[in-house]
Design a protein around this ligand. Structure first.
Ligand SMILES: [Zn+2]
Length: 413
């Protein structure tokens, strides 16, 4: 079974060269051998040998038509032929353990879903039945996608809470009540495919850098707010985890020093108690109780949760708009602090900040620009997430693509 191009037979130098070539192909879309040599600083002989191998494996194709070579000509020199990655030559599976659903997708080499399926995931379910359901969903997605199992590079899993990526263990998943669940080993045994796991917000950050708004960005922060508020960092193409997998717990930044609502972490006044979905809904219900005949109260009765709060604000309910402004300002303060510490080139915001971007982002941005040190706040880019509803599965599949194909940091079966 040939699952990967070089596998264990490749030397460390060859793997390094291959990584450089694959990443150049991913970034450039269409490129000549001479340009690849220039971009990777490898000799033309090395490039020719690697490309021959990749052509043989069907991973790279050679186009000679002028339309395909035009973008390359503009970039550097005049190529005779243009090389490009064949999107469906290898595929990956992404598994996302969301708050209430297990989502699975099979994607091509660019993280584009070819098939997807999901199933409800009750919060109090034990790990074993959830894992059995996951295996069923993975098999279903593979079957629906029609891809050749031998060409699947691996399975990436985006789990919630604390993840020990090295050991493949979901250490704590607070929303599910899971502790020390060996996700990787269970799934590897059941599926017979290489599996890697990571915290789901980190996988989304990686997807932005490889396939989304953050392509080519050297320091990216991805912030996701929904039930909780978390961040993932990708620095020089690598996920930054910190010393104990704890990097990115931005939701537990103290915003209100005294008093404030108790957070699930045990502290009080955390950002998460102010800008998460439950926090915004709580604030909206308090406003509606005080003004039962307001636009907001009317919208909340439609039962569409946070969307009804955003709709009331868009319809001009002033107290709701003011509440959202204050909450966006808190988020902006936390991000200004983040800018001062990490100095990211780009911050990408997902979850409810994407859903309510028209209402929240201008204030978030103004706060970052005003409060971050010197010109750091003016320089940082701010964007909404590229994949939204599918960010979790695309992120998880990206993790597998990065681990088992582009970087080949883990040995594939
Ligand atoms: Zn907290």
């Amino acid at each position: 079974m040939q699952r990967i191009l070089t596998g264990s037979s490749g030397s460390a130098i060859k793997s390094h060269n291959l990584r450089a070539v694959l990443f150049s192909l991913l970034r450039q879309e269409a490129v000549s051998r001479a340009q690849l040599a220039q971009l990777t600083q490898l000799s033309s002989t090395t490039i020719t040998n690697l490309i021959t191998e990749l052509l043989d494996q069907g991973i790279v194709a050679e186009d000679t038509d002028s339309a395909a070579t035009q973008p390359v000509q503009r970039a550097v020199g005049r190529p005779q032929t243009a090389l490009r990655l064949v999107a469906a030559s290898r595929t990956a599976v992404g598994v996302h353990f969301d708050v209430d659903h297990i989502n699975v997708a099979v994607t091509d080499l660019f993280g584009k879903p070819l098939a997807a399926c999901s199933a409800p995931h009750p919060a109090d379910r034990a790990p074993q039945p959830a894992l059995a359901e996951t295996v069923r969903l993975v098999r279903q997605a593979i079957s629906e996608s029609g891809v050749d199992t031998r060409l699947i590079v691996g399975v990436g899993v985006g789990a919630s809470g604390l993840v020990d990526a090295e050991r493949g263990v979901n250490v704590i998943a607070p929303n599910l009540g899971w502790r020390d669940v060996p996700l990787r080993d269970w799934l590897t045994a059941e599926l017979g495919l290489p599996v890697c796991i990571e915290n789901n917000v980190r996988t989304m950050a990686l997807a932005e850098v490889m396939f989304g708004a953050g392509r080519g960005v050297n320091a990216l922060a991805f912030v996701y707010a929904r039930v909780g508020v978390g961040a993932g960092f990708v620095v020089n193409g690598e996920i930054y985890r910190g010393s104990a997998e704890g990097a990115g717990e931005i939701g537990h930044t103290t915003i209100i020093p005294n008093g404030g609502i108790r957070c699930r972490c045990g502290n009080t006044g955390c950002l998460e108690t102010l800008v998460s979905e439950p926090a915004l809904l709580r604030a909206a219900h308090e406003l509606a109780e005080a003004q039962p005949r307001s636009l907001l109260a009317e919208h909340l009765r439609t039962g569409q949760g946070l969307e009804s709060v955003f709709q009331a604000a868009r319809a001009g309910d002033e107290p709701t708009r003011a509440m959202l402004q204050t909450r966006a300002q808190y988020m902006g303060i936390a991000l200004a602090n983040l800018v001062n510490i990490l100095n990211p080139e780009l911050i990408v915001m997902g979850g409810l900040f994407r859903q309510g971007r028209d209402l929240l982002l201008p204030t978030v941005e103004a706060t970052i620009r005003a409060r971050a040190f010197a010109r750091l706040g003016e320089r940082v880019g701010l964007q909404t997430a590229s994949f939204d509803g599918r960010a979790g599965v695309i992120g998880a599949a990206t993790l597998a693509l990065n681990t088992f194909f582009y970087q080949q940091t883990a040995e594939a079966g």
